[in-house]
Design a protein around this ligand. Structure first.
Ligand SMILES: Cc1ncc(COP(=O)(O)O)c(C=O)c1O
Length: 403
């Protein structure tokens, strides 16, 4: 980085600090433009983007069909209220339902908001079908479901909850992938179980098949609702359109967000019709969610994802990369485990990964470190082999320097 670069970036940092909440652990980078797997900062430094805005830019940056869909819609009708029918929103929902399971869709503006709505749905369902004491939702430790009060209360991480007490009641926690723990947690107060099929922010931990089978058994036995948070895993990321497909366990409701509208703000809840029917006019809503602009972009994203079979590609590329990464365990002492499903990849280190992330950035590779010791790779689903090669070479050298 040149001194000029420092100066320009520093100016924005100073202005930021003067007017904005200090809520993000921001990197000292200001991005100016992107194309495909690459982004450029304000001073023209080029980066390979293997973070994709945390699993949002799944088609890379400025995919021409997303750009065109947004441009055309912006010239026609940007927003109208959900008091009127919005054809593009209906087509977007049809694409999701046709590729998931028979369900009804509610659109929101974010992942947290989608989870908030799914929690409301579970409570409303319990209200309609269960006795009054049966309102508890079982969640997992080390999970992440969002930053609203309900979703942080459902999140099994103290650092997310700390300082925001009193938390919302109605949640209890078991260890992820602990089948006995989950069985023991189910009593006559439990109405639902909420899990991420792959814990993302917690460090890329896929569910085991036996854990998912246990959840399905418990649903069968107790008639409770199975709720999957697919905000990070959904829509191609794990090598399936929806990550529940890996396990053959269809949830009663699931949430989506991140890549759902090609980079515009959006989330969604898909729920089986017999569950969704408890929500009636007045039960839930949003002013902007699913508006024509988001819907046009979302429809374009889904058409490309499903039409080009990008999940299959992610599965193939992800498997090859994971195989190579597993050789690092013997080669690089700092690497202790590789956890991966499709293109959601975690490199477990025996130490904090912050310094590696910083050195990768200096060499033109954007990745992040989650849960302090896990380097997480979330490249675009259409990333080229050459770009992957370049990224892995940088990463390998920088992790090696640690060892
Ligand atoms: C699994 C999961 N759920 C929910 C959220 C919250 O989504 P948002 O930041 O869009 O509110 C995230 C964000 O990282 C997530 O990974």
């Amino acid at each position: 980085m040149s001194n000029d670069t420092q100066t320009q970036t520093q100016q924005w940092i100073d202005r930021y600090e003067a007017v904005m909440w200090n809520t993000f652990g921001r990197r000292r980078i200001a991005l100016a433009k992107g194309l495909g797997s690459r982004v450029w900062d304000l001073e023209g430094n080029e980066y390979l983007d293997f973070l994709t805005g945390i699993a949002v830019n799944n088609l890379g940056h400025c995919h021409p069909r997303i750009v065109e869909a947004i441009r055309k819609q912006a010239e026609t009708l940007i927003h109208c209220t959900n008091l009127y029918y919005i054809p593009a929103q209906i087509e977007w929902a049809e694409l999701l339902v046709n590729h998931a399971f028979p369900s009804r869709v509610f659109f929101s503006n974010s992942g947290a908001e989608a989870n908030e709505g799914m929690i409301k749905l579970a409570r409303k369902y319990a209200n309609a079908h269960f006795k009054p004491e049966r309102r508890t939702i079982v969640c997992c430790r080390n999970s992440f479901h969002g930053r609203t009060l309900a979703t942080l209360s459902a999140t099994g991480q103290e650092k997310v909850q700390k300082g925001f007490e009193p938390l919302m009641p109605g949640f209890k926690f078991v260890d992820f992938n602990d089948c006995d723990g989950m069985r023991n947690a189910i009593d006559d107060q439990v109405c639902a179980i909420l899990v991420e099929p792959v814990q993302g922010e917690g460090g890329v931990y896929p569910a085991t098949q036996s854990f998912m089978d246990t959840l399905a058994d418990l649903r069968e036995k107790h008639g409770l609702l199975l709720l999957f948070d697919e905000v990070q895993t959904g829509l191609g990321r794990t090598g399936k359109n929806f990550s529940y497909e890996h396990f053959g366990v269809i949830p009663d409701a699931l949430t989506l967000a991140k890549p759902l509208a090609g980079g515009l703000a959006a989330g969604a809840i898909l729920a089986k019709p017999e569950v969704a029917e408890v929500m009636q006019p007045g039960s839930h809503g949003s002013t902007i969610a699913g508006n024509p602009l988001a819907a046009a972009a979302g429809k374009a994203y889904c058409e490309i994802l499903f039409g080009d079979k990008l999940a299959d590609r992610a599965a193939k590329v992800g498997a090859e990369v994971a195989k190579e990464l597993r050789t690092w365990i013997d080669e690089i002492p700092a690497v202790t485990e590789i956890r991966a499903l499709g293109l959601m990849i975690g490199i477990q280190l025996d130490r904090p990964g912050g310094a590696i992330v910083e050195r990768c950035e200096k060499r033109g590779l954007l990745v992040n470190c989650t849960n302090n010791t896990v380097i997480r790779l979330l490249p675009p689903l259409n990333v080229s082999k050459e770009d992957f090669r370049q990224a892995l070479d940088i990463l390998r050298e920088e992790i090696k320097k640690e060892s």
